[in-house]
Design a protein around this ligand. Structure first.
Ligand code: 6PG
Length: 223
């Protein structure tokens, strides 16, 4: 793991946005398309604002979420909504969006069809992840009902997840899909998350699921 500390959040968001755009561009030099997975939540919006204006062939970029909350796409907690408002705009409006949500009461009802669309995208070219102070990443939450299944080496692509720390059911890319990405970045802010990340390095995967994807990842931090 490489830890990169920035003087402030604004500089981090700009630098990281440019770095991700550069990695996607490089990938497109040798591949027909580039698959790019991003988190929802409250942190990545400013990175999306930088990225969406990047000068690259977005029509060959396939964008998906690392995890989704099982709420309609127009719900205020929908990560898809965040992407549609902040990332799939400007130049990036040409990107292809790969959904992690479909209209259904539960994720289990539509999992096979969601997985079928993601399968040809693997391994992912570039992954950006967030992390909670409880050391979850994507929707791999400590104490979640299917955490062990989602951490297994032979896990499927997606796992439905219900967790005490999550107000609604989730669907998440599993740990092996995230680990196998060609490039991994974790974006965190604030002293609480920095301390949590340090602790996670020495903890079990069930208590600190983020530890599963630290190897080979770049962690980007600003206070
Ligand atoms: C989600 C995310 C999740 C997020 C962390 C950090 O849907 O909540 O994808 O994994 O990255 O919970 O969230 P914040 O950036 O809001 O702290």
């Amino acid at each position: 793991m490489e830890f990169i500390e920035y003087p402030d959040r604004e500089m981090m968001m700009i630098d990281l946005g440019n770095k991700l755009a550069g990695e996607i561009k490089n990938c497109l030099l040798n591949h027909e398309w580039s698959s790019f997975a991003v988190p929802g939540g409250t942190t990545p919006g400013p990175v999306f604002d930088v990225l969406c204006a990047a000068d690259l062939d977005w029509s060959r970029v396939h964008i998906m979420l690392t995890d989704e909350r099982w709420v309609p796409e127009d719900h205020e907690r929908s990560n898809t909504r965040l992407l549609r408002e902040r990332l799939l705009v400007d130049r990036a409006a040409d990107a292809k969006y790969i959904p992690l949500y479909a209209k259904a009461d539960t994720p289990e009802d539509v999992l096979p069809e969601l997985e079928a669309v993601i399968a040809p995208e693997l391994p992912l070219s570039v992954v950006l992840l967030g992390m909670g102070a409880d050391m979850h990443t994507a929707s791999l939450f400590p104490g979640a009902d299917r955490l062990q299944d989602a951490m297994a080496d032979n896990a499927p692509i997606l796992m439905p997840m219900r967790a005490p720390g999550a107000p609604e059911p989730r669907v998440t890319l599993t740990a092996r899909v995230l680990k196998d990405a060609m490039s991994k970045h974790i974006l965190i802010t604030g002293t609480e998350k920095r301390a949590a990340l340090e602790r996670a390095r020495h903890m079990s995967l069930s208590d600190a699921p983020v530890a599963a994807i630290l190897s080979g990842a770049q962690v980007h931090w600003a206070e």
